[in-house]
Design a protein around this ligand. Sequence first.
Ligand code: GDP
Length: 320
Amino acid sequence: MAGPDLDELVGRAREGRPRAVARLISLVEDASPAVAEVARRLTPHTGHARVIGLTGPPGVGKSTSTSMLLTALRAAGQRVGVLAIDPSSPFSGGALLGDRIRMTEHATDPGVFIRSMATRGHLGGLSWATPQAVRVLDAAGFDVVLIETVGVGQSEVDVVKLADTTVVLLAPGAGDGIQAAKAGVLEIADVFVVNKSDREGAEATVHDLKQMISLSRRERRGASWRQPIVRTVASKAEGAEEVVEALDAHHAWLTAHGELTRRRTARARGEVEAIALRRLHAELTDLHHGDRLSELAARVVTRELDPFTAAAELVADLKQ
Ligand code: GDP
């Protein structure tokens, strides 16, 4: 994409125009070479958005809760961008949350932008793409960016590292609490939401969670933030205000303790690293090194070289 076109696109995105925002996020998804230029132009206009991660097992009510939160945040005058991410899927779109919500009450609201994203199997796909998409939404003037991931596992843990505040959703039954603790989600949660509190067993889930929190607090000595547990019935929009209050309280805590800067620095580290790794990988696999790699591989097969020495030679080539 030529400079003037990009200028216009970036300008329109900064005005918050949904089509321009969508096009920039498509560039990110496609890992377009233009993304570097986009990021360069957008970066001075970022830093305003609060980035909130939301995760939990399938069926717990993430989609319903996101919709509920959108309503509450919009009522408070906030513009909200939603990135729905499925780390396990190589495709975007489909039956992900974004598409379901898009068709509902928020569809025509210009203060809401919803997008599903997938990794398409790129190296470091999610850790590379997600911060770039967040940057687009931030520069487009969204006050809140909600990053939603499906499931509870390592890739979700990685994605929520991108957030200022992480919300973990659980529901009564099915041992979700235990499951979450195993996956290390307990450590990353800033706010717990026990959704489907209209169901039997909500009390027990809250109780289990409290126990797990107090156990993990002992290990995390010095952490002054007490992870609140908020009960919701997302399907009836019950508990929305309490969730928003918990999010606000956490944001105030982050700011007061210098934790916001610390988290954003950690995020920038991950981002720079992902970009650098991707670049190194591209250099390693370009034509020249591709040939070099074949030559080294042949020498490994004839046992002239061991693979470690061969790899060291390849890396030494990169440094030249
Ligand atoms: P997701 O897979 O985590 O995004 O979950 P969904 O938001 O799609 O919700 C899964 C199902 O649970 C849907 O049928 C919702 O209507 C239902 N659901 C969501 N929240 C609640 C709730 O608070 N109470 C009850 N009883 N059902 C809910």
